[in-house]
Each structure stands twice: as C-alpha cells, then as structure tokens.
Design a protein around this ligand. Structure first.
Ligand SMILES: *Cc1c(COP(=O)(O)O)cnc(C)c1O
Length: 404
C-alpha cells in the first residue's frame, strides 16, 4: 500500500488524514463483482461503511446498488448516480420525513423492521397515492459468532422482526393496500469470516421463505444482508475478502427458485482494506511500565477500537513496519541503526490526544523505537472509519488523500 514515493508524499502533508488506495478499492470491487455475477447475484453496497464521494462514485461505476440506512443516504445514493431501482432502505427507526423522501424518490424497496413501521409506510404511501415495495427484515436467530456489539440477528435485538411475529406481519401486509410485498431480508451481523454461519443463515432463509409461500405470499427477493469480514491482521498479504467462498455458500445452500432474485448488502468487505488512517507521533511519553505514543489522531478520527474493541494493525512508516517487511528512507533517525531494530523493538500504548482515557488505539503494540514526527499508519480503516468522525473537542475535520 505504501512505497517510498507515497511515504515521501505523506511527509509534505498535514496529518491526520485518511489515505485511500484506489487500486485496492478497484481490485476489490472487480473481484466481488465477478464472483457475484457468475451466479446472477445482485450486490447493494452498504453505504454506511463509507460515503466518501470518490469511493461512492467508484462503487457506483461498477454497477453496484445502494443499501441505505437514512434519508440522507438515499439522497446521496441518488446524487452519486445509483439507479433508484437499485436503492434499498433499511433501518429500525425510519422517520416520516425519511420515508416520504424515499417514496418521492421511488426507491426499489423498503426493508421494514416492525409491524408498526409497515402501518406508517402504508399511510404515507397512501397519502401520495403510491405503492411502496416492502421486504420484511427477519431475525433468523443465527448467531454470527462475532463480537456481541456487532451481532444483530438474534431474537433479543432491536433490529428486525422475530419469526413468532410473522402472523402479525402477514395480517398487516394483507390489510395495507399501498404496500407491495417483495421479499424477505436478513442481516445477522458484521465481520463474519466463518462460512458455516452463512450456511446456517441459508437454512433458516429456506424455512422462512417456505412459511411465506405457504401463507400465500410470493417471495421474489431473498436479501441475505451483508457482514462478510476482512483480515485486519494481514492487510497486505490478504487484502481482498473471500468473496468466492462467500457467494459459493449461498449458491450451494440457498433454495433459489427460477424467478427469484438474490440480493446482498456488503459494506465492510468492499471498502475496509482500501484506506489507512495516517497520523504523526506528537510525543513519546514514558510511564512506569508503559511507553505511550501520543498521536495527532484519536477516537474523533477512528472510533472502532474504542467502540468495539476492534483490532487494527499499526505501523511506523518512518522506521519500519510492524511486520518488518519495509524500510523507508525517511525520518530523522540515522538509518544505520536499522540493523538494531529487531532488538530495540519496543511496546507502546498507542493513544490519541482526546480527553478520554478510552482514547487508546491499542495497548502493547510492538513497534521499532519511535520518535516525534514519525508517520504512523493505522491499517484497514476504509470501513466505519471516516464515516464515524466526530467533532468532539472541536477537532478539525480529518482530511482525505487519494492514491491518484
Ligand atoms: C450495516 C449493514 C450492512 C453492511 O454490513 P457490513 O458488515 O459492513 O457488510 C448490510 N445491511 C444492513 C441492513 C446493515 O445495517
């Protein structure tokens, strides 16, 4: 991701910033698109993972649809050229304003998350003399086996509708004349790398679609959601998510009828590896047992480690990388010391400048001896990174830099 030219370029720039490697993004989109197309699968990009304009434009150019979770995301999808027939709108708390916006835009489908919401969408559609397409988001009660903060498919969860509520859903759908039932929707969690989890999901989807068909509802769309994980530990050697195995599981285990469409909503897997957060060391502080690297980026620029205890690889671009694979020509330290780096590798708590003790990217990070001014890369931050930036402490808005 970084060669000497790139690192030299970084030296001229104000930090912190997100660095987007558009080649990595392109390769990822191409791989995903090819893997999905061979089975006739449709992929909607889950825009909440990253709505950087350049990223959106590129994803749109590969023909992906958009999975939105707010009215503004629907608006952005349209502005960036995603066809309205490829826009879906999910979310447990869609406001009337957002529903109206999506109705006016004639989006492809609302993924409805409660019976109450069905009634409201119906009322608002009726007022506009429109028919709203509906997919029902169902909790399949499949455990994604990821961190409990990012698991969404279990019954005790604010998202979706539980299977024991399906008779009420069927009643509501029959009564609501301005709703058109299209299909069923699932999203069981995020950062899933165990394909067995998706196999379990397929088996549940097959049962649930049978339930709908048996109750007189034609299921045209099977939307399996997203959640495919990426390799946060090996961003260079394993930079593309395993789209091939992922789609193969659905091909093998999902009962797809001839006139049905299968939809996916991938976020993280499409964008995570294409960005790194680049920051500078402000101070090196020695505690009693701990060395602190104080960066000029913190939880206001990247909150995943603090919010979900997420792991990100951290590299010192000015000395040597954490994996020891690169040596750069930059930095104020005499490079003749490089031969000693192996023995002088230190452990640092890598922290940000924000006035919160939780503002720590990771503890005990092994890095070459580091100095004020060193460039630090926090890898695999293309998903749920820049989009979660906050203005806490009245911080400057983090920059974006592109490989081209
Ligand atoms: C967040 C979300 C996704 C995307 O999840 P990833 O883990 O980024 O793939 C898909 N569908 C819905 C409904 C979501 O909320």
């Amino acid at each position: 991701m970084f060669n000497t030219t790139t690192i030299n370029r970084f030296q001229q720039l104000e930090t912190p910033f997100y660095y987007y490697d558009l080649n990595v993004l392109r390769k990822t989109l191409e791989t995903c698109s090819n893997a999905a197309t061979q089975y006739g699968f449709h992929v909607h990009y889950a825009m909440k993972a990253n709505f950087n304009p350049k990223v959106l434009d590129m994803i749109q150019s590969y023909g992906f649809g958009a999975d939105c979770v707010s009215g503004n995301e629907v608006k952005a999808a349209i502005e960036h050229g995603f066809g309205k027939e490829k826009i879906v709108f999910a979310g447990v708390g869609k406001s009337d304003k957002e529903i109206n916006l999506a109705l006016d835009a004639d989006i492809f489908c609302f993924n409805a998350e409660s019976v109450q919401e069905l009634v409201i969408i119906n009322d608002l559609a009726k007022a506009k003399n429109k028919i709203a397409n509906i997919a029902i988001r169902i909790n399949p009660n499949v455990d994604a086996h990821t961190h409990h903060f990012i698991t969404t498919g279990l019954e005790e969860n604010k998202f979706g509708i539980n299977t024991w509520q399906l008779p009420d859903v069927a009643d509501a759908l029959r009564k609501c004349s301005n709703l058109q039932f299209l299909g069923i929707h699932f999203h069981i969690g995020s950062q899933i790398t165990d394909m067995e989890v998706y196999k379990s999901l397929c088996i549940r989807i097959n049962e649930i679609q049978d339930w709908f068909e048996n109750h007189g509802f034609k299921v045209k769309v099977l939307n399996t959601g997203g959640g495919l994980g990426v390799d946060y530990h090996n961003p260079d050697t394993n930079s593309i998510a395993d789209f091939e195995s992922y789609f193969k599981v659905f091909k093998k285990f999902l009962n797809v009828k001839p006139d049905q469409e299968v939809h996916f909503e991938l976020g993280r897997a499409l964008v995570a590896q294409s960005a790194a957060l680049i920051s500078r060391v402000l101070y090196v502080k020695n505690g009693l047992k701990t060395n602190f690297l104080v960066l000029d980026a913190g939880m206001t620029e990247l909150i995943r480690p603090m919010l979900y205890q997420a792991y990100h690889q951290i590299e010192n671009l000015s000395r040597d990388s954490e994996v020891g694979s690169r040596k750069s020509e930059v930095g104020s330290q005499d490079l003749t010391q490089d031969s000693e780096l192996k023995t002088s590798d230190l452990k640092y708590d890598v922290v940000g400048p924000i006035c919160e003790s939780t503002d720590c990217f990771r503890k005990d990070v092994e890095l070459p001896q580091s100095y004020r001014g060193d460039l630090i890369a926090i890898r695999t931050t293309g998903a749920y990174g820049e989009v979660m930036v906050s203005g806490y402490n009245l911080r400057d808005r983090v920059g974006s830099v592109y490989s081209e």
